[in-house]
Ligand binder design. Structure first.
Ligand code: NAD
Length: 470
C-alpha cells in the first residue's frame, strides 16, 4: 500500500470517530496541489544531470502552508503527498496556524559535492519562486531528511536575490542559521519535542502499569535508529535530562548494541573517526542494521525514514514503547500487529511536531523583526532582584550578602530566546499530549487514532467557521 494510502487509512479510522459530513472529510483528506518538476544540474566535471523536485501543499485551511524539504532517493509524488498531509495534521495538533506542505529533491546527497548541492538547492528554490510555492505568507519550507540550516540559508539568499520582498523576506524559510534570522533552539527542536513527548507518555502510572513498566524515564533502555538531526538530539537530550540508558543505535552501515548503555557523543565521534558506528568499544555489532530494531529495550525510537517497521518484522519487535520520531516509520499492517500486542505507539503526527512548533516561533521572530525576549530580559532580571531585596527587607532575619547574591544568581535572571523557545515547546508538547490522551480514553481508541481525530476536529472547525469558498 502506498504511503499516502496508509496515511489515509489511519485518517479513515479516526474519521469514523467523528460525525463530520463525508464531503468535508474528503476535502480535509485531499491534497490541494502537488507540483513535480525536472531541472538541469551542471556537475563539477562539466556533465549535466537531470534532477527531479517536488512540492506539495496539502491544505490551505490556514496559510501559509509549511513543511520541510527532503533530499533522498525515495522522494516521489506519493511520499511527498503523504508527508504534506501529515504536516497539516501535525500543525493542527500543536495549534500552529499553518496548512501542511512538503517538498523534496530525488537525490542521494552523498553523491554530490557541496558546490553541486548548493546549485541544486538554489535552482530548486528558483523553481519554487517561479511556481509561487514559496513566500512568508504563501508556503514556508524548513529542513527535513538530508537538509539542514546550510540549505535553508541558500534558500533564503536565493529568495532575497530573486524577489523584492524587502521587509519580510527572512520569513520565507525556517531552520536558518541563527545569524540569518534563525531562532535559537531550532536545530534541536524536533529531538527536544520527541523527548518531551516520550517523557509525557512515560509519566502516567496507569499507562506504564499496563506495559509492566515503572513511571518516568529513569532506568528505561532506549534504541535509536538514525543518528541525524532528530535521532542525535533525541538521544542527547534523553542522556542529559533523564536517567534513560541508550543501549542501541542503528545507522545505514549497521547497528550497535550494549545493554550497559553508550554515550551518544562518543558514538558520533567514533563514527566521524572511523566512518562507521560499527566497532564501537564494548558494543556488539548488529548486521543487517534493521535487526537492531528487534533487540530488547523499553523504548524504540525510529528516527530515519518511513516504513521500517512492517508486517514482516512487527512480531519480532520487543520494545514496549515505540516513539515515532520519523514520519511514518510503522506501516498500517505493522500498526495493527503492534497495537494487538499492546505496544504503546506514540505517533509521528504528534511526536515530531516540535520542529514545526519552533519553526513557527522562528517565523514570528522574522515577522516581528526582534529576537524573542530582547525587550523584556533585563526588565525581568531587575524585577526578580527587586522582589528578592523586598523579601530581604520585610523579613526579620536578613539574608547575608552571599545568600542574597546566590539567590539573585539562581532566580534573578531574565529569559533568553532559548529559554523562551524551549518553554513554548515544552508547554505545547505537554498540552497536546494531554488532549490526545484524553481523546483516547474518552473514545476507547489508540493514541494514533486519537491524534488524527484531534487534527480532523480542529481542521473541520476551521471549515465550519470560514465555510467553503465561494
Ligand atoms: P537527517 O538526514 O538529519 O538524519 C537521518 C539519519 O538517518 C542519517 O544519519 C541517515 O544516515 C540515517 N539513516 C538513513 N537510513 C537509515 C537506515 N536504513 N537505518 C538507520 N539509519 C538510517 O534527517 P532528520 O532531519 O533527522 O529526519 C529524520 C526523520 O525525522 C524523517 O522521517 C523526517 O521526516 C523526520 N522529521 C524531521 C524533522 C526535522 O526538523 N529535521 C522534523 C519532523 C520530522
Amino acid at each position: 500500500m502506498s504511503f499516502f494510502a496508509q496515511v489515509n487509512q489511519m485518517f479513515e479510522a479516526a474519521a469514523a470517530e467523528t460525525d463530520h459530513p463525508t464531503g468535508l472529510l474528503q476535502q480535509i483528506r485531499a491534497c490541494d496541489n502537488i507540483t513535480r518538476f525536472d531541472f538541469p544540474l551542471r556537475r563539477d566535471d562539466g556533465s549535466v544531470d537531470v534532477i527531479s523536485g517536488y512540492r506539495a501543499e496539502h491544505s490551505h485551511h490556514k496559510q501559509p502552508t509549511k513543511g520541510g524539504i527532503r533530499y533522498a532517493t525515495a522522494v516521489n509524488v506519493d511520499e511527498i503527498t503523504a508527508l504534506s498531509a501529515l504536516m497539516s495534521y501535525k500543525c493542527a495538533i500543536v495549534d500552529v496556524p499553518f496548512g501542511g506542505a512538503k517538498g523534496g529533491v530525488q537525490i542521494d546527497r552523498r553523491e554530490y559535492s557541496d558546490a553541486e548541492l548548493e546549485r541544486i538547492t538554489r535552482r530548486y528554490t528558483f523553481e519554487l519562486i517561479r511556481k509561487n510555492h514559496i513566500g512568508p505568507g504563501v508556503d514556508v519550507p524548513a529542513p527535513d531528511y538530508g537538509t539542514g540550516s546550510r540549505e535553508m540559508a541558500w534558500i533564503l539568499d536565493t529568495y532575497n536575490q530573486m524577489t523584492d520582498d524587502q521587509l519580510n523576506g527572512l520569513a520565507c524559510v525556517t531552520g536558518k542559521p541563527v545569524g540569518q534570522g534563525g531562532v535559537r533552539g531550532r536545530d534541536e527542536a524536533t529531538g527536544r519535542g520527541v523527548f518531551y513527548g516520550i517523557r509525557e507518555a512515560c509519566s502516567y502510572e496507569d499507562d506504564m502499569k499496563k506495559l509492566g513498566l515503572k513511571t518516568g524515564l529513569d532506568g528505561k533502555s532506549v534504541i535509536v535508529q538514525g543518528l541525524g538531526n532528530v535521532g542525535y538530539h533525541t538521544a542527547k537530550i534523553l542522556q542529559e535530562e533523564s536517567g534513560a540508558q541508550l543501549v542501541g543505535f542503528a545507522e545505514i552501515e549497521g547497528g550497535i548494541y550494549d545493554p550497559d548503555g553508550m554515550d551518544v557523543d562518543a558514538v558520533v565521534e567514533h563514527r566521524e573517526e572511523t566512518g562507521s558506528i560499527l566497532g564501537f568499544p564494548g558494543a556488539q555489532n548488529i548486521d543487517p542494521t534493521e535487526k537492531t530494531l528487534e533487540l530488547e529495550c523499553d523504548i524504540l525510537v525510529p528516527a530515519a525514514l518511513e516504513s521500517v517497521i512492517t508486517e514482516e518484522n512487527a512480531d519480532r519487535i520487543q520494545a514496549k514503547i515505540i516513539a515515532e520520531a520519523a514520519n511514518g516509520p510503522v506501516t498500517t499492517a505493522a500498526d495493527d500487529i503492534l497495537q494487538e500486542k499492546g505496544v504503546l505507539i506514540v505517533p509521528d503526527l504528534y511526536l515530531n511536531a516540535g520542529g514545526v512548533t519552533v519553526s513557527y516561533f522562528e517565523w514570528l521572530r522574522n515577522l516581528s523583526h526582534v529576537r524573542h525576549g530582547r525587550m523584556s530580559r533585563r526588565f525581568e532580571e531587575r524585577n526578580a532582584e527587586r522582589i528578592l531585596h523586598a523579601v530581604d527587607e520585610l523579613t526579620t532575619e536578613h539574608f547575608d550578602k552571599k545568600l542574597l547574591d546566590d539567590l539573585i544568581e539562581r532566580i534573578g535572571f531574565g529569559a533568553s530566546e532559548k529559554d523562551l523557545v524551549n518553554s513554548g515547546l515544552e508547554d505545547t508538547m505537554i498540552f497536546a499530549y494531554g488532549e490526545i490522551r484524553d481523546l483516547r480514553n474518552e473514545h476507547d481508541i489508540n493514541l494514533r487514532t486519537a491524534a488524527y481525530k484531534n487534527a480532523i476536529d480542529k481542521i473541520a472547525q476551521s471549515y465550519f467557521d470560514l465555510r467553503i469558498f465561494p
